[in-house]
Design a binder for this molecule. Structure first.
Ligand SMILES: Cc1cc2nc3c(=O)[nH]c(=O)nc-3n(C[C@H](O)[C@H](O)[C@H](O)COP(=O)(O)OP(=O)(O)OC[C@H]3O[C@@H](n4cnc5c(N)ncnc54)[C@H](O)[C@@H]3O)c2cc1C
Ligand SMILES: Cc1cc2nc3c(=O)[nH]c(=O)nc-3n(C[C@H](O)[C@H](O)[C@H](O)COP(=O)(O)O)c2cc1C
Length: 750
């Protein structure tokens, strides 16, 4: 087999040596346009885990890498005159030149033909090879040549960065955050060999331009950065190596193989330097490729197996890298946080490191965070939190007006489609009662509709008859009498999504018979085959407001602790907010303040009736996931208006506005919207959506991404979710008296 490798970076060289080692009969050529010692950048970072994984493939390489590596354990965060250090991170740094030399030497020893200063202009010239490995980096010409096959997408990020070096030794992986008159500058610095460190400077484009860096060459860049970081550099100089300001490109390809050509490393995918994994990924690709070729005699099958194996971990790391790079793009949002919390958000930015995993690495750091969090929760709620050690953040109190929650976990609203004429029955009693017993601090009812016509389906719960208040009160009284939980009612009107089937019979599908007339801001049906809603008149608006106020009076009678207005998921109020569903030309359509007019009228009417001391939340869809729809920046403005009108906390959900939405799902996928609103508006938020572990809850809270976490499906699976979390975390939650015997019982689940 003849193998042509384009690119002599880590991916190309490692692939070449593994392929040759696996089958010495293979002819392996590496074509590299530069000399071996002529490369960009300075050092690269590996974690201990990454090194161990690579060691299995070629122990000589990893031994040589280990010998040349500089190791460190700590991360230091310099911000606002403070330094916070977290330990236990086990990283190593290595000079890129050394890495390439180690790889190049091993290639030569195994008989790989290394052809330096050989630029491949057109991969078609390599037709004679049985396999072409495109390891030619982020600007891959091979990928470009077959772009319609690989279908690459390049997402060029807005921040500017420059990769510099310095002789200053850093004892830890070091972050500096330094404001000057142009804006905030970030530095990522680490030592990779004695006397050499990488020093990456990053800033927002506006900051970079204001400082004149858009016109600066290497010399001016160095002079500027040396002045700016004179104190941090302590007399050491900065050095450049093709150090130009760049924007990071996140590269993805729909396919990584075409005929006998396969993409490896940065040519296939990039991951932002702040997760320090580009070289690791590139080398892991090489491992997977050689294993696939070793296992499958058939080349197409081997390349397919390679892509199948590598895609999931690469995409997972790219998601982490995306969260991390966004943190660095949005750092300005967090600079006002207390320095300890700022450090915690930085350490957990990629969502991969959690409160629990950080605790395993550095218990003292997390203990400090927990103590600080508990103290501020005690101040906020007026309830002393003096237990030692400090409780995990999820088990700290939170106050909204006169309502104090014992902890920060809430059962998210979940329609049960099990009511008749809006009446909650025994199902709802057991469903909500058992979840309140399960330990959550707050339990939401499902979307409860303000009139019979406002219901999504004939099975939806309501609050429109005096008897409904009595039926709900039975549930509320149970929760109050037997649990520590508080209970909130979510009030809504389904709008154009009303008069549909029970969800398990056809979600959002119109009722085949027995339907009722429906209302919306504009006469646009949900599906083309859905009922066309009536465009609401002023009289219709007044009637809906009256329905809401009647429902609130009933909710007061039923003794609910809190109210939530449902203005998300494409229901009536949400469909006023979204420009996709609101095409009105009167004062209730057009610009966002107009589209918010009716939802705010409803909110004001509800707030006026609801007791002053009881809090109110509003659930919103922070993004429509649809072109021309609500974007996260709009939802910041929505939250701003809600705050002015007296909303206490925003429940930040997303989507479900239109059936052809294109959501980006994933772990904690909606949390960034709650985080943004909380910081940009200065209002409390609830995060929801794929928060399924207590580690995530503690991380979200301690980082200040939200004040409460709503858990929906995990609570269906496990009504005692919060009790299980407490058990795992070693935190004692009191049991109701009839279960007192559990205080001396150790559950075993396996
Ligand atoms: C600022 C910055 C900091 C980084 N920090 C880290 C870090 O700390 N840790 C880490 O793991 N990763 C880091 N990376 C990422 C890392 O550099 C890359 O992910 C890694 O180099 C990818 O290896 P590769 O072999 O795929 O590509 P490259 O290393 O880019 O190698 C591609 C090679 O192909 C050659 N080439 C290109 N076109 C041709 C052609 N037509 N003909 C012949 N040769 C060609 C190039 O000269 C180059 O040598 C960083 C990247 C940047 C930009
Ligand atoms: C069965 C079910 C019913 C739901 N009903 C409602 C509802 O009545 N009101 C609402 O705002 N969201 C509703 N949702 C959405 C959830 O509150 C929550 O936002 C969503 O499930 C994401 O959270 P999770 O990943 O923890 O499940 C429902 C979700 C489920 C699974």
């Amino acid at each position: 087999m003849r193998v042509a490798v384009v690119g002599g970076g880590p991916a190309g060289l490692f692939a070449a040596l593994l392929l040759k080692k696996q089958d010495p009969g293979r002819e392996v050529h590496v074509y590299e346009r530069n000399r071996l010692d002529e490369t960009f950048g300075f050092g690269v970072v590996f974690s201990d885990a990454a090194e161990q994984a690579l060691a299995q493939e070629d122990s000589e390489i990893t031994a040589a890498m280990a010998a040349a590596s500089h190791r460190w354990d700590s991360i230091e965060i310099h911000h606002a005159g403070t330094v916070h250090t977290s330990t236990g991170h086990a990283f190593s740094g290595l000079s890129r030149k050394t890495l390439l030399k180690v790889l190049g030497d091993r290639c030569r020893a195994l008989g790989v033909e290394l052809c330096f200063q050989r630029e491949i202009d057109d991969p078609e010239t390599l037709r004679a090879a049985d396999l072409v490995v495109a390891a030619d980096g982020a600007n891959s010409i091979v990928r470009g040549r077959y772009r319609e096959r690989f279908r690459p997408a390049v997402d060029t990020r807005p921040n500017k960065f420059v990769w510099l070096g310095t002789a200053k030794p850093f004892p830890a992986f070091t972050f500096y955050f330094k404001p000057d008159r142009h804006g905030l500058w970030r530095v990522h610095a680490y030592q990779y060999e004695p006397g050499f460190s990488t020093f990456i400077v990053e800033a927002r484009e506006s900051t970079w331009r204001a400082a004149g860096m858009d016109k600066a060459g290497e010399r001016e860049t160095i002079a500027f950065c040396e002045r700016l970081f004179a104190e941090e550099l302590g007399g050491h100089r900065l050095v450049s190596n093709r150090s130009i300001w760049r924007s990071f490109p996140t590269i993805r390809n729909e396919r990584w193989r075409h005929g006998h050509v396969v993409l490896l490393g940065d040519a296939a995918h990039t991951a932002h330097f702040s997760v320090g994994s580009g070289t690791k990924l590139a080398m892991e690709d090489a491992v997977a490729l050689s294993r696939a070729l070793g296992t499958h005699g058939d080349l197409p099958r081997a390349l397919e197996a390679y892509e199948e194996e590598r895609r999931p971990p690469v995409e997972s790391l790219q998601r982490a890298a995306q969260a991390s790079l966004q943190w660095f793009e949005d750092t300005e949002r967090y600079v006002e946080l207390p320095a300890l919390q700022f450090a915690f958000t930085l350490l957990t930015r990629s969502l991969r490191v959690t409160h629990e995993s950080l605790k395993a690495r550095d218990p003292a750091f997390v203990e400090n965070v927990d103590r600080w969090f508990a103290d501020q929760a005690a101040r906020q709620s007026g309830i002393s939190v003096s237990v030692k050690p400090a409780p995990p953040p999820m088990f700290t109190p939170f106050r909204l007006r006169d309502l104090t929650l014992v902890n920060r976990v809430a059962v998210s609203p979940m329609c049960q489609y099990s009511a008749e004429d809006g009446f909650p029955d025994d199902w709802h009693f057991v469903h909500l009662g058992s979840r309140a017993m399960g330990g959550a601090g707050l339990v939401f009812t499902e979307m409860t509709n303000v009139s019979a016509e406002a219901r999504i389906s004939p099975g939806c719960a309501g609050m429109y008859r005096p008897e409904h208040a009595r039926a709900w009160k039975r549930i509320v009284d149970f929760v109050h009498a037997h649990t520590q939980a508080k209970i909130a009612m979510q009030l809504g009107h389904a709008g154009r999504k009303a008069s549909t089937r029970l969800s398990w019979e056809g979600d959002n599908e119109p009722l085949p018979s027995g339907g009722w007339p429906i209302l919306a801001p504009s006469a646009i049906p949900y599906f083309p085959h859905s009922q066309v809603p009536k465009e609401m008149t002023r009289a219709d608006m007044d009637a809906v407001i009256a329905d809401f106020t009647r429902a609130v009076e009933l909710a007061i009678e039923a003794s609910f602790d809190m109210l939530e207005v449902h203005a998300a998921h494409g229901y009536l109020l949400a469909s006023f907010i979204s420009p996709v569903t609101n095409r009105r030309e009167d004062a209730y359509g057009g610009a966002l303040p107009n589209r918010m007019r009716f939802p705010l009228e409803v909110f004001d009417a509800v707030r006026a009736v609801w007791p002053e001391g009881k809090p109110m939340s509003v659930r919103i869809s922070a993004v429509d996931w649809y072109p021309g729809g609500i974007e996260p920046a709009d939802s910041v403005e929505v939250a701003r208006m809600l705050k002015v009108h007296g909303c206490d906390i925003v429940d930040v959900s997303a989507g479900q506005t239109v059936p052809d939405q294109r959501p980006v799902y994933g772990r904690l996928f909606q949390t960034p919207f709650a985080d943004r609103i909380r910081h940009e508006v200065g209002i409390s938020t609830m995060a929801v959506g794929n928060i399924s572990s207590y580690a995530d809850v503690n991380t979200i809270l301690a980082a200040g991404r939200a004040d409460l976490c709503l858990i929906a499906r995990a609570h269906l699976w496990d009504p005692y979710w919060t009790r299980h979390a407490a058990h795992e975390l070693g935190f004692k939650l009191p049991w109701p008296d009839p279960y007192e015997s559990l205080n001396a019982y150790k559950p075993r689940f396996t």
